[in-house]
Structure formats: C-alpha cells, structure tokens
Design a protein. Structure first.
Length: 391
C-alpha cells in the first residue's frame, strides 16, 4: 500500500512539474510585457487544448501487482446543442474516458466509458466495457472484517453495462438499463504473499455469469453534473437478475443516490457538496455483486471491498474551495456501514473517513478537475488520482 501510494505521488509531482517547466519555455516565447498571471492563463489555455489529445501516464508498485504501467484518458464536451428557445436550459456536458494498464505479473485492466447527453439534455446514454485480470484483497463479508484476514483473490472478468434515460419532463428522467458481468475466474492468487485463506468462505463459488435488466428514475437539477455549485440530484435504480435474463445468480438490487449542493460564498466559490447513497440487494448475489464500501468515488480512505454485505448506507460531505489560479482544495468526511438486514444498522457500528485533496482545473468550460485525494480511516489510508469530482 505504501509503495503504491508513493509511486502515485511521484507520478503526480512529475506530471505537474512537467507543466511548470513547459510554462517557463512557453513564457520565453511570449510577449515579455505580459504579467505573470497573464502568462500563466495563456499557458493554461494551451494545456486545456493539449490535454484533449494527451493521455495521463499511470505508475505504481504494490505487493499484489509488482510494477504497474498504464495510461488514462478523459474528455468532456457538449453535443446536440441546437439553440433551445428556453434560455433556462443548461446544456449538460458529455464525457468519454479510457483506462489501460498492465502489471509486472502479467495482470491487466482495460476500461472504456461514455456518458452522453443529446438534444439539450433530452436523451442520456451511458455505456461501460471492461476487460480485466486483476487481483484484489478480499476481507470476507460483514461490517466487522479484520485487516489481518485479508487474502488476495484473482478476478478475471468481462463486463458490459449500458443505460438509456429519456427526459419525461423538465429535469426528470426515466429509462432502463442492462448489465452483464462474466466472472471467468475467481480464485485465490498463489502468486502473491497473503494471509491464511478466510475460513468458511469459498470465493471460487463466485465465478459465473451475472446478467440483469433495470428500471431507472432520476432528477437532474444540478447546474453542472461534472462539478456542481448548486442544485439537487436524485437517482433511483431497480435491477433484476434472473435465470431468464441469462444470470447464474438471482437477486434484486435497489440503489438510492441523493446529492445536494450549496454555494456558501458565491464570489469565492465556496461549495458544500453532500451525498447519501444506499444500496440494498436480496440474497443470492455473488461477492462481486455485494454492495462494498470504499473506492475512488465511494468512501475515500477505505480500500474498495474492505466491507461488503447485502445492504449498505453512506453519508458524505465535501467542502470545495479555491486556492489560487486554477488550483483548488477540498476537505471531506463520511460515515457508512454494511449489514445483512436493515434492522442490524446501528450508530455504534459506523465506519468513518476523512481527508483532503487538491484540484487542478483542466477544462474551464465544463469545470472539470484533475483531482488528488488523500483519505484516511481506521488504520487505513488511500490516495486517489482521477478526473472530475467524487460526487
């Protein structure tokens, strides 16, 4: 974990410093009568155009993977703008991203995603395709799993997820989704050092095909869905996984995602972002289908999958503020837990996370940031390098 953390910090410093060196070279050719801020703004405009074509390199080192090398790419844009008669319509941005990396131990992951808004927000089409052969730490199932019980599990999967939402009235959407996940291999990874295999839980029984359809309902009231300053977002999803849909695991899943954004100081862009997420599934899912805490867009500070069970709830808040030029900062915290039943949630069983981060504006038009987050929890810490906000 520490080597992985240091490797990503080194990468980030290298990436940012290369920009400043380029700034010096750029400013030498520019008009010397310009102020430093004008030169910096000119360089930022140049980099915003360049990053449309330039991917960001990834490098890390961990016990599970050895050295990891890869590239990630993120683009934001607006499509289907046709000059709507209603000036109150805020055309929401679309995004496309790609990630590919390989490890010293012949592991890999390829992920391609798109989130497209058409015809002045009337149509929303999302898709994700993933191919991976990658190890993850597995701690067991439950809200009280122990760090020392972690064992390394290799997952080889092919995944596809797609959804369509249609605006049925102003800012209100309804639609459907389909998700396919074929776990070709789920096995203990003998190629890495790990603790003793978790007792009474055979992960190899979790290989197989998961396939299901879903119904979607959402309210999009944010001023910008990639980096909101104000507004409300509500998303409800109900998914069905059945044998008749091709699934070897049968269960239902309900997702509730509610977000509210407040502009505390308008002139200084001091923003308070809040989110509640609840995920509830019936019995019958494999471990990959269980709600899990952690991850870059989840409870930052907790390793993804550290806690898993059939029900999960999380409440998060983040304060976002400018620092100088195109650099901003954040302070965040969260509380969450998992349980096998709703009546087993209790205040004294919560897990807490906190942390802070930096933001580098890479697209002023759509307010997209490159984000660096440092999260902390009970004896854990995580580092996140990614695009756009966590929520």
């Amino acid at each position: 974990m520490l080597n992985n953390f240091l490797g990503k910090v080194l990468l980030t410093m290298l990436f940012l410093s290369s920009g400043f060196y380029s700034n010096n070279a750029f400013s030498q050719e520019a008009d010397t009568t310009l102020t430093f801020k004008q030169k910096a703004d000119n360089f930022n405009a140049f980099m915003e155009k360049a990053i449309v074509y330039i991917p960001v390199p990834i490098f890390s080192i961990s016990k599970e993977t050895g050295m990891l090398f890869g590239l990630t790419k993120f683009n934001d844009f607006k499509i289907g703008i046709s000059g709507a008669d209603d000036d109150s319509i805020i055309t929401q941005p679309s995004t496309a991203s790609a990630l590919i990396y390989f490890t010293e131990k012949k592991q890999f992951k390829i992920n391609i995603e798109s989130d497209l808004m058409f015809d002045n927000n009337v149509h929303n089409l999302k898709s994700r395709v993933t191919f991976s052969s990658f190890p993850l730490l597995f701690y067991g199932v439950g809200n009280d799993t122990k760090i020392e019980d972690a064992t390394t599990v290799l997952f080889e999967t092919v995944e596809f997820a797609g959804s369509y939402r249609h605006q049925i009235k102003n800012k209100t959407f309804a639609g459907f989704s389909y998700a396919y996940s074929n776990a070709l291999t789920v096995q203990y990874n003998d190629s890495t050092e790990s603790t003793e295999i978790i007792q009474n839980y055979d992960v190899t029984k979790n290989a197989g095909l998961t396939s299901g359809f879903g119904l979607l309902f959402s309210h999009e009231g944010r001023d910008n869905r990639l980096n909101a300053y104000k507004g409300t977002y509500i998303n409800l999803e109900l998914n069905y996984y059945r044998n008749w849909t091709g699934s070897q695991f049968e269960y239902e899943r309900l997702l509730v995602d509610v977000r509210k954004y407040f502009t505390l100081i308008d002139t200084n862009r001091l923003i308070l972002a809040t989110q509640f997420v609840g995920e509830f599934i019936s019995n019958g899912a494999n471990i990959q289908g269980l709600p899990a805490l952690g991850g870059p867009k989840g409870m930052r500070g907790i390793y993804y999958g550290r806690y898993r069970d059939t029900k999960s709830m999380a409440l998060k808040a983040e304060l976002r503020f400018p620092l100088f030029w195109i650099i901003g900062g954040t302070a965040f915290g969260g509380v969450a837990q998992v349980a096998p039943a709703l009546n087993q949630f209790a205040f004294n069983r919560n897990h807490y996370t906190y942390g802070g981060g930096l933001r580098l504006m890479i697209s002023s038009e759509n307010r997209v940031n490159l984000r660096l987050d440092f999260g902390f929890s009970e004896g854990e810490n995580t580092f996140v390098l990614g695009f756009s906000e966590a929520f």
